[in-house]
Design a protein around this ligand. Sequence first.
Ligand SMILES: C[S@@+](CC[C@H](N)C(=O)[O-])C[C@H]1O[C@@H](n2cnc3c(N)ncnc32)[C@H](O)[C@@H]1O
Length: 270
Amino acid sequence: MLAAGVFARWRENVTALLSDIRRQARRASLTSDEKCGRMTMLRSLARAVLPASARQRLRQWHRDRTLERAVQTFRSLDHLEPIPAEVFDDLSYGWGNSSWSARLELIETTIQFGTTTTTPLLECGSGLSTVILGLALGGSQTRIWSLENDRTWLERTQAALDRFGITGVRLLHAPLRDYGGYQWYTPPLDQMPAGFGIVVCDGPPGSTPGGRGGLVPVMGSRLLPGCRILLDDIERAEEQATMAAWARTLGTEPVVMGSRKPFGQLTLPG
Ligand SMILES: C[S@@+](CC[C@H](N)C(=O)[O-])C[C@H]1O[C@@H](n2cnc3c(N)ncnc32)[C@H](O)[C@@H]1O
């Protein structure tokens, strides 16, 4: 067990070193290879002298600081412009769930659509995307409704919304239920708007029977004419089948977008 005083001193030293790396990188006196090299050095040093529990606390503390700084930077951006990759990388690292989080292009596309309309946005599957969309589009009035089946996950996302004072998102607990042949969220429809103009589909988790397919049968009557539906993970066969089925039901054509990680887009007839 590491004494609290020793850990605090370590943290101060690490903070100073990180600020130094950041300052030098900002002045372009550090290349990204050099920056990477210093971080590796810092990690090796920590591994050599700190027990695993202290390293974990240090890592979490570093993630929290990085997230806080990245949120501050993100708030100052013009949301009509692309999100700088390094800001997104910091948000993603700070959030700490990168293999499950929506990628930059999907989030940017959602923000682009969101800035051209004032209609409500429905998100299926909360997390980092909820925080970023809330920062970019939320404003002071609720505009984003996010469905989350997992109570623990919901609490984590809600804590971040509260921490950053993001008020334009209503995060709703929507447990999964069986609809006869597939499962999907149980949305509290009486608390939700009559029509959505944008939907981002990044849940329920891929292991759910029927996957994300339930969106159109369950929420179809709340999708406004011209509504854009964005479906993540379209590289998966199940999502491709879902997209094709939705397109047939809604009378529209699917489009594949995203150059790094593809996602699908459907636009309902206007
Ligand atoms: C693909 S994730 C949604 C990610 C979210 N849109 C984001 O950008 O962070 C879909 C669902 O998986 C669950 N989930 C998120 N992270 C998870 C993890 N690390 N392990 C297991 N389930 C997770 C949550 O219930 C979440 O709503």
